[in-house]
Design a protein around this ligand. Structure first.
Ligand SMILES: [Zn+2]
Length: 271
């Protein structure tokens, strides 16, 4: 199944950004002949724009990022990153079943390799798996070159291909950070880059109630919700589960159904 990656203006924004980055040093040389500060301005601006495009999650300057899905129903899409986790995945599946919810698991390749039975379990219980790189290099993925990016995508995809009837069609970058090399690699493989509409910052916050409250404040029809698993397993093994349970409970109270959208429903603008 090919994902429908919605067209937006990213191609032109990307060209302008790269064009400016190319011209900025020449402009700087020319301007600095009369005024050094004035000469540094285009260089500084160019670097600032490149950093913004790379380090701000969901920024679409390098290419389209899916931030919501089209629906006329009170539906949201739960996405769970960083698994599978022997401490959490099975319990998450039970929680989802209790609330009659479906979700997409953005899994890390090395963890899928270590716990293949959990991948099978996720799929057999009606959920979806998606590519979240092979090693989850969150500290450097934004600075990686094309070869490393391709390897991270392909090694994870190879593991997830164990279910040929349900190939992973979606990709999420570690921490949502990606550079100018990521989008061309995704396009070549027919993968859509998935961002989010709302996240509870469950990797940072310590109170599950606050995590769920933030998500519920941002929940609306067509919203993509970002949660995690496999974190704080030693110090607070129930943390990720409580975040999900409170979120599911709040969504149910508000009348939302948790669904997995079809490719043609994916949108690059907010819900
Ligand atoms: Zn992650």
């Amino acid at each position: 199944m090919q994902p429908a990656v919605p067209k937006n203006n990213s191609r032109w924004t990307r060209r302008v950004l790269l064009g400016f980055a190319f011209v900025a040093p020449l402009l700087a040389l020319y301007l600095s002949r009369t005024n050094l500060v004035l000469g540094l301005t285009p260089l500084f601006s160019s670097h600032l724009l490149l950093l913004y495009a790379t380090l701000v999650p969901n920024c679409q300057w390098w290419g389209p990022v899916i931030r919501s899905f089209h629906t006329t129903q009170p539906e949201v899409w739960i996405t769970i990153d960083d698994g599978p986790s022997p401490a959490h995945t099975a319990k998450i599946l039970d929680l989802l079943e209790r609330f009659n919810a479906r979700a997409t698991f953005f899994v890390v390749g090395t963890r899928a390799e270590e716990y293949p039975h959990l991948i099978t379990e996720i799929l057999s219980r009606g959920h979806e798996i998606a590519n979240h790189t092979y090693t989850h290099p969150s500290g450097m993925f934004w600075a990686a070159g094309p070869a490393r990016i391709a390897a991270e995508i392909d090694l994870c995809a190879e593991l997830l291909r164990s279910s040929p009837d349900r190939p992973a069609r979606l990709f999420r970058a570690p921490a949502g950070l990606r550079n100018l090399f990521v989008h061309p690699e995704l396009v070549r493989r027919g993968l859509a880059l998935i961002g989010w509409t709302v996240r509870g910052l469950d990797t940072v916050r310590r109170e599950p109630v606050l995590v769920a409250e933030k998500i519920l404040r941002g929940a609306k029809a067509g919203a993509i919700i970002l949660l995690h698993e496999g974190h704080r397993v030693a110090k607070d093994p129930g943390f990720n589960l409580r975040c999900l349970e409170l979120t599911l409970s709040g969504l149910t109270e508000r009348g939302y159904q948790c669904v997995i959208p079809q490719p043609e429903q994916l949108r690059t603008h907010d819900a």
